[in-house]
Design a binder for this molecule. Structure first.
Ligand SMILES: [Zn+2]
Length: 179
């Protein structure tokens, strides 16, 4: 089993562009036609394809044709978003495409933030419509069990006050920098 980098992906583009881009992720409820479109390696959408179409339809409901909107997606990347999206994986994973090539083809700009809580890193990736990529990575903040001192990386959507220590089973963590 891989470690997972949980990604918040924002896609800015017209409706047809957003649909084309969204199709490149892997969905549990959709069979992939490897020939078309080229897809993102090891990048799993948390919403189903059916839900994603509904989200896009709602997002562009009443919006004049040709107007851009911002689509937000939750994507789980195996190992890291950078390894899935920025490297050319097409030798190992036929039919895969890089983020840069996809942004050019689909005419979208993209912002991605991920958190990987096993190794404890955060990725910030942007890609413009011209395919130009920026990539930064940083350490996740460390949280500590106040009872036994065990240390954890906690994804930002999780509540540290509800987190149960895996060693002593006490609930609630504190920031390591706080003491
Ligand atoms: Zn503990």
């Amino acid at each position: 089993m891989p470690n997972w980098a949980s990604g918040a992906v924002s896609v800015t583009g017209r409706k047809d562009s957003a649909l084309n881009f969204a199709r490149r992720f892997i969905y549990e409820d959709a069979q992939r036609d490897l020939a078309k479109p080229y897809y993102f390696a090891r990048s799993f959408a948390q919403d189903s394809w059916g839900e994603t179409i509904e989200i896009i339809n709602n997002l562009f409901d009443g919006v004049p044709a040709g107007t851009e909107s911002k689509l937000n997606m939750d994507i789980e990347f195996a190992w890291s978003a950078s390894s899935c999206l920025l490297f050319d994986n097409s030798n190992k994973i036929p039919g895969s495409i890089t983020l840069s090539d996809a942004c050019i083809e689909d005419n979208v700009s993209v912002e991605i933030k991920t958190e990987e809580s096993d190794l404890g890193f955060i990725e910030n990736i942007t890609c413009g419509k011209d395919g130009s990529v920026t990539f930064q990575t940083q350490d996740m903040p460390v949280y500590v069990c106040p009872v036994c001192g065990s240390e954890y990386f906690i994804k930002s959507y999780m509540d540290i006050s509800e987190f149960e220590c895996m060693l002593c089973e006490k609930t609630g963590l504190i920031s390591k920098e706080a003491d």
